[in-house]
Design a protein around this ligand. Sequence first.
Ligand SMILES: Nc1ncnc2c1ncn2[C@@H]1O[C@H](COP(=O)(O)OP(=O)(O)O)[C@@H](O)[C@H]1O
Ligand SMILES: [Mg+2]
Length: 320
Amino acid sequence: MNPSWQKIAAGDQTVLITGRTGTGKTHLARQIHELSHRKTHRFVAINLATLSENLIESELFGHERGAFSGADAKRIGKLEWANGGTVFLDEIGELSPRLQTKLLEALNSYTVSPVGSNREVQLNIRVVAATNRDLRAMIRDGGFREDLYFRINTFEIHLPNLSSDPTRIFDLARKFALAASSRQQRACPSFSPNFLKSLEAYPWPGNIRELRNCIEFALALCSESTLEPESLPAYIRENTISHRAPQALALFPADYRAAKSLFERAYLEEILTRYEGRINQTARETGLSKVTLIEKVRRYEIDVKRIKYTAHLAKSSPAS
Ligand SMILES: Nc1ncnc2c1ncn2[C@@H]1O[C@H](COP(=O)(O)OP(=O)(O)O)[C@@H](O)[C@H]1O
Ligand SMILES: [Mg+2]
């Protein structure tokens, strides 16, 4: 990590991370927490773009039982839950004006009151916020409170688009290739000059996230010792080497074990998604033992938390 960011991380100031999707905002927020004295406490992330206003309010501040219809049980808010640690407010530019005011009050007074309660809880949290919006432009248009902006951007770190730095593309590509090869217990293939050219020529609108997916895809397709542009997804090749005749997209690599891993991972992700990330039910439906299923989920690094969260959002999003 950049040495001046390390210093920022070690301090206790609020940090605002800006950058487009996939530039590594969430990744950096977690690193900041891990490098801070708060690392033995919780890192609590909340995405403010994906929930309805009422849900966000009780996620952030908590609520008492019976505070509103449907509040069957008391709930601890994430600001309180993070006490001692770091709270990551992702997509802060999406927060409604009312909740901007409420958040600012909580941060300024270092206290939080759950919805429907007179109880005040002392807060000792570090805030790291992120956005892909231009908050200064939003302030000019009246969409974001200037005082909240000043409260959260003690330090602002802007993460650049990946395409602006070819060296970084190559370094990260190598890192992802090494990690994926070691998971598959195989030697890491080298990159041919044409492969590097293709990586450099592609604009990477999905930034690091897209690069990572793309390298994992290429590795699954390639059983040779060198990666060539042919192993890249068709849309990336077409974007970079459009003068070549398009090829039929090969779904599976020739190597049996590589093909089996590719299939197994996609299969498990699909079935886990169908059963909303529930391990017991997925084990039952697939006929795998729970132990085997968990072992495979680990080996393929399938993000079950994310699958559960997405299922939760799909159920709760149209409210308010
Ligand atoms: N510096 C980095 N080194 C390795 N992987 C990274 C780095 N930054 C981001 N990533 C990976 O890239 C993907 C996208 O990063 P993420 O932090 O989720 O982006 P954002 O929050 O800006 O959308 C994740 O899989 C993350 O692990
Ligand atoms: Mg993110």
